[in-house]
Ligand binder design. Structure first.
Ligand code: PGA
Length: 260
């Protein structure tokens, strides 16, 4: 896989919107070959089956969830387990997104448990880290990312890391229209890469895919993906329209291919 682009639809798009998205998206990609990217979509779970059906066996598409519980079953109203996601046909789960951390009390400890449960069930865990605007202004990015990363990956083995993707999403860049500069993204990704190599050993650490997230668009993705350690993106707003998501994938994938 040269690059990975994952749509996080958050709490958007009804079933009919997801179906319309899929058919337009397939149209946009018809006749396009050799872009050598994998892309994924994490819809609202209510649209999961409709989207899956509408995409059919469409090439290179992963479907996933925006969260997952760490236990297999039990009295946990409103939650969903990794086995339940697997049963739906999910390939991955996004874990520790900043909106969950900021608004729903998500902690690094729980992120680590969720990641382990997802991976044990054969899902890819996309673990998100990223600093708040105040941390960024106080030049604490490296420290915050270090702390989050270490604690959010606690308990994962090198074998587990085969199913791990890490997304760096500076909170000040999410939904603000103000993406991190390619230099900032690459600096933090280099730090994450070095830390992953320390945690899991060099061989495993080098293989983990690193995504950038935060106000990516078809216009800025090429420059971001031209950085060595920016191997794709986790995309919010720009993934809600098939035209912009497709353009973003193609521009990003082209930039990654040019690096090789
Ligand atoms: P954005 O969201 O692309 O709308 O900034 C990114 C994310 O929350 O993953």
């Amino acid at each position: 896989m040269k690059s990975l682009f994952v749509a996080n639809w958050k709490m958007n798009l009804l079933q009919r919107d997801a179906v319309a998205f899929a058919s337009r998206f397939k149209e946009l990609f018809s006749g396009v070959s050799n872009y050598d990217a994998v892309f994924g979509i994490a819809p609202a779970l209510s649209s999961f089956q409709a989207l899956k059906q509408a995409l059919g066996n469409y090439q290179q598409v992963w479907l996933g969830a925006q969260n997952v519980h760490w236990l297999a079953s039990g009295a946990h109203t409103g939650e969903i387990s990794a086995a339940m996601l697997k049963e739906l046909g999910a390939d991955f789960a996004i874990i520790g997104h900043s909106e969950r951390r900021q608004f729903y009390g998500e902690t690094n400890d729980k992120v680590a448990l969720r990641a382990k449960a997802a991976i044990n069930e054969g899902l890819t865990a996309i673990v998100c880290v990223g600093e708040l605007e105040a941390d960024f202004k106080a030049k604490k990015t490296a420290e915050v990312v270090h702390r989050q990363l270490l604690a959010s990956l606690a308990g994962l083995s090198a074998a587990d890391s085969l199913r791990l993707v890490v997304a760096y999403e500076p909170v000040w860049a999410i939904g603000t229209g103000l993406a991190a500069t390619p230099e900032i993204a690459d600096t933090v990704h280099q730090q994450i890469r070095a830390e992953l190599c320390e945690i899991f050993g060099e061989e495993a650490g080098e293989k983990i895919i690193l995504l950038y997230g935060g106000s990516t668009s078809p216009d800025n993705i090429a420059e971001l993906c031209s950085q060595k350690e920016v191997q794709g993106a986790l995309i919010g707003g720009a993934s809600l329209k098939p035209e912009s998501f497709a353009a973003l994938i193609l521009n990003g994938a082209k930039a990654r291919a040019a690096l090789a």
